[in-house]
Design a protein. Structure first.
Length: 554
């Protein structure tokens, strides 16, 4: 009875309940009191990883070793094999011969794959190492109970589809500064090369607020000097100064009160201060509430930053709702500084459908909110390894892969400030691969023989902009590649504020990689918006944010 009471008082029992069905990542060294678990190992996590798709002739292969400061290792040899249909095509070997004694060790190996352009490859990585005088080998990763499975990568001869004024990026990524009892992210220095190989130009580093305030070598203690947050800011700046054609955006994912006493997550990019939030971190036990409300953070936000709801409509499990106080975003929120909603979070789920519906409701209420896409990736490039049963088993699954779901922004320079501002006010689209752009044009100066007040003939408005006057023409441009699939269907919608609904303007069915069309517009209301969406024959998609129009009335 005494042992059981101690077990309960330690929080271990409640911890087990609260993490069931949680969105977790494979940290295998957490050991609650009296519970070692089947996953626990006295050796560091060793992980090899590669992107699922690259558009360069050099394949970056990442080696990550975590917690070798607790479990020192001596790494000897690395062997990387390229295979097709289980047949070895090429082998690369590297002599390392070095001791690794650090919280995070990482290295990129660059493989020449130009002779395999247009092919799917299997990658098998082997590390020979020594720990406590014992020689061991690991294939791809050393997670317990997972069968070694080769990684798959496509060497794409085509670039990720885009137009020259646009840039692709991931607005929700976790680096190694997210590191706690159950999860961790990709070492920050690896992002630029990995991102460029997949066709990206930027990535927002949005580590958890409850991790960024941790003390040295602690998952629960708070550092009043915020050394970890400052170090992240400094490293982002240093990497940006060294990297060309790729920008890291400093940010955080804040656990915050949705105004109804429940915890939700909000992404803040390029803030000038740290925003605390640990309501669902389990650092102070269960049944905790977040320190700051959404409106408090937004009201305090400086003009150089952007904030949007992170995966706002992913419904937490009942256990999470009760013990971690998590819930969905407050749909009543309409704060002017909330830029919008990240409705795509690593994969298309029910939350995406709900998020799109709620976003349209906001638009029809004349709230100018944007949608964004990210992956909430915690370092995984090829497949997502998650905890299946807490402390017991792991699982391989799809989704939440770096560079899979992206946001594109137009007319921005390659720096933090320009990209951040562009995400707030420039043309922005979201996509799982294909590109889609729209614009509207006012080609006539008159309407029914009456001059349009303040209307400028031949004016063009792009996504995020407002055309002065009724548009006469909608221009649609779409691009895809064989990897993402031929364009199947493009739909365009116009707002009907009075009917509180959207009206389908037109549907184009096609079977091509490139599409461009100008559609004549007639009988429009005096104000509204137009947006478009696309699907490919491989199931990929793209959505535009709206372009608005408004005829000035006397």
């Amino acid at each position: 009875m005494i042992v059981f009471e101690s077990f309960l008082s330690s929080g271990s029992f409640i911890f087990l309940l609260s993490v069931v069905a949680l969105f977790l990542y494979a940290e295998i060294h957490y050991k609650p009191r009296f519970l070692r678990g089947l996953l626990y190992r006295k050796r560091p996590e060793i992980i090899f990883d590669v992107p699922q798709r690259i558009q360069t002739t050099e394949l970056p292969v990442a080696l990550i070793i975590k917690d070798s400061h607790k479990f020192p290792v001596y790494i000897k040899n690395v062997k990387i094999e390229i295979l097709q249909s289980s047949q070895i095509l090429n082998t690369f070997t590297y002599k390392e011969n070095q001791s690794v004694v650090s919280l995070f060790f990482s290295k990129l190996y660059t493989l020449d794959v130009k002779s395999y352009t247009g092919s799917y490859l299997e990658i098998k990585c082997t590390l020979d190492y020594r720990i406590k005088s014992k020689n061991r080998s690991v294939v791809n990763n050393n997670y317990p109970f997972l069968k070694p499975k080769n990684m798959s990568v496509y060497i794409d001869p085509d670039k990720r589809p885009l137009e020259s004024e646009w840039k692709w990026g991931d607005v929700h990524c976790h680096s190694h500064y997210t590191e706690d009892q159950v999860e961790f992210g990709l070492p920050l220095k690896l992002f630029p090369e990995l991102g460029k190989a997949t066709g990206m130009s930027f990535a927002a580093i949005t580590d958890h607020s409850y991790d960024l305030d941790d003390g040295h070598d602690s998952w629960t203690g708070v550092d009043p000097d915020l050394a970890k947050w400052h170090n992240m800011q400094k490293e982002v700046s240093e990497l940006n100064s060294k990297s060309s054609n790729f920008t890291l955006l400093p940010g955080e994912e804040v656990s915050t009160d949705n105004g109804k006493g429940k915890t939700v997550h909000m992404v803040v990019i390029n803030p000038d201060k740290f925003y605390p939030g640990c309501g669902d971190s389990f650092e102070k036990g269960v049944f905790q509430k977040s320190k700051l409300r959404v409106d408090q953070i937004l009201s305090d936000l400086n003009g150089k930053a952007i904030a949007f709801a992170a995966h706002p409509f992913e419904k937490p499990s009942l256990v999470q709702n009760i013990f971690l106080n998590r819930d969905v975003w407050n749909t009543e929120d309409s704060h002017s500084k909330l830029a919008g909603f990240q409705i795509v979070n690593g994969k298309r789920m029910e939350a995406f459908r709900i998020g799109k519906k709620e976003w349209v409701k906001k638009l029809l209420q004349k709230q100018r909110k944007y949608i964004y896409a990210g992956n909430d990736s915690h370092g995984f490039l090829n497949r997502f390894i998650s905890i299946h049963a807490p402390l017991i088993s792991l699982n391989n699954s799809e989704g939440h892969i770096f560079s899979e779901m992206l946001t594109a922004v137009r007319d921005v320079d390659q720096n933090v400030e320009s990209i951040t501002q562009g995400l707030k006010q420039n043309p922005v689209i979201i996509s799982s691969g294909p590109f889609l752009n729209i614009s509207i044009k006012n080609s006539e100066a008159k309407d029914n023989n009456q001059p349009r007040l303040f209307a400028r003939p031949n004016e063009i408005a792009h996504i995020g902009e407002t055309l002065e006057g009724k548009p006469d023409t909608l221009k649609i441009t779409a691009k895809s590649t064989n990897f993402f699939g031929k364009i199947d269907q493009i739909k365009s919608y116009i707002s009907n504020y009075e009917g509180n609904q959207e009206v389908l303007i037109n549907t184009y069915n096609t079977n091509s990689l490139h599409f461009e069309k100008e559609l004549s517009l007639t009988n429009l209301p005096w104000q509204g918006y137009i947006r478009s969406e696309l699907t490919t024959r491989k199931g990929n998609f793209a959505l535009t944010n709206p372009v608005w129009f408004e005829e000035q009335k006397s």
